[in-house]
Ligand binder design. Sequence first.
Ligand code: ATP
Ligand code: MG
Length: 554
Amino acid sequence: MEVMSSNFIHTFIDEDIAEGGAYYGKKVHTRFPPEPNGYLHIGHAKAVFVNFGTAQKYNGLCNLRMDDTNPTKEDVEYVDAIKEDISWLGFDWDDRFYFASDYFEQMYDYAVELIKKGLAYVCELNGEQMREYRGDLNTPAKSPYRDRPIEESLDLFKRMREGEFEDGKMTLRAKIDLASGNFNMRDPVLYRINHMRHHRTGSKWCIYPMYDFAHPIEDAIEGITHSLCTLEFEAHRPLYDWVVENISAPSKPRQIEFARLGINNTVMSKRKLRQLVEENYVDGWDDPRMPTIRGLRRRGYTPAAIRSFTDQIGVSKVNSTVEYGFLEHCLRDDLNETAARAMAVLDPIKLVITNYPEGKTEEFEVENHPNHPEMGTRKVTFSRELYIESTDFMEEPIKKYQRLYPGNEVRIKSAYIVKCTGCEKDENGKVTAVYAEYDPETRGGNTPDGRKVRGTIHWVNAEDCVDAEVRLYDNLFTVSDPDGEDGEFTDYINPDSLVVLKNCKLETSLKNADKTDRFQFMRQGYFCVDLKDSSAKHLVFNRAVNLRDSFKKK
Ligand code: ATP
Ligand code: MG
């Protein structure tokens, strides 16, 4: 696999592993810690890439850890999906798969250790009082319970665990600095009471650790050297370091923050993605318009394209929004090299070659890729009746139109040159068939006399083509930042984000297309078989991306 491009995180790591550095002589060890409350999206792909890619670059290790300290909404379905998506992206955690909830007992012990050291205490302020006593930049917070005797806190904390108190009645707080300019350090809550079942520990616990306390402990237990997370945790780093310093942790990980990925014309928060699914705006988490990994996969994205995207956008300290067009650009870049070419007619009309013998069929051997002979060839058949795109004929051509119109010659890709002789229309004047005569001297589409034929069109043989449904996609939202507009983000859903074409005709070789294959349908874009709805009886193809690259390289 390609090696990740260098970034500022690597500069820090280089210092840390150099002689005299904090991790000199140690293996670089990172982790990816998703909360199993939804499916991974392209933003997570960036974090996956940063963590696994960095470990790879340093010949180190990266753990996969379900950050399931919060008892709400976690689900086995999500756990399995997250593993599958990361594997599909091409990363491997080997046997280092963990659940943060497996460390609850150790976390509890570390909390007790802090109480014993006089660094944590049980507080009886409720949420409202806590906010009231928080102070402001010029006024320190107030905490009437912070000087309670160690023995009393130890006793109360134990009874909190045993379920003696109801939700919200007490918390365990760190004793740090009520006057700190960083509010995260004003005696932050470490544990809260929550009588709620946990998807793995059941009803064993009724107190749960806060993220800021749990995360550094998880990292320390696993021997993580570099805990790479997104920028919103920057102001929490002093607390992260405080926890690591003050517990008898087996190792001292370093937290480094990087910018979140945002992409325009979509939303990225799991809550909003869930809303799109639950309110049926889309066909599930894997709807090809969703920015989820499985949505992108079903749309036709490849792991290589996503990895290339996450590498090229880079890693920085400044949040920014990337154009959707750049993601598409990365996909085109990959598929242009790797996708087999094929012909498909999306809006068919018959083309009858009136001077071609009835009942005759010819075969043409065509290459699967113009620049990659190793991708082989396939057979395409030709007979008297073909299907072509209805837009490839105009009875009265507009200016510069170079395709079929009466009297004009056009190349039927890889087959023959034909000259249009007219068309047939129904009572409403709608064209029902186009007529042409072929030139038998032009087999393969060449003109032995060197005459110029400008237009080349794709086609399929009416005799053996296969029927298919083809789905075309556009942005899910009509505005660049649906979150930043007035009203609900769902008000900005693009009603034309899905166009279903039911009557498409594909060349016969596509009948056996594999679900992992990608194709370039000539002149139409890149397509794949729909993972969910396609069957031998009813073929369904998705357009992953069109051919036109709107993304201008900066
Ligand atoms: P969301 O806000 O979408 O629910 P989250 O941050 O709560 O996301 P987690 O499951 O906690 O989701 O995320 C796992 C990891 O992925 C975290 O380290 C988080 O920082 C990272 N991550 C999440 N979203 C992005 C993003 N848009 N860009 C980069 N990293 C992200
Ligand atoms: Mg989170």
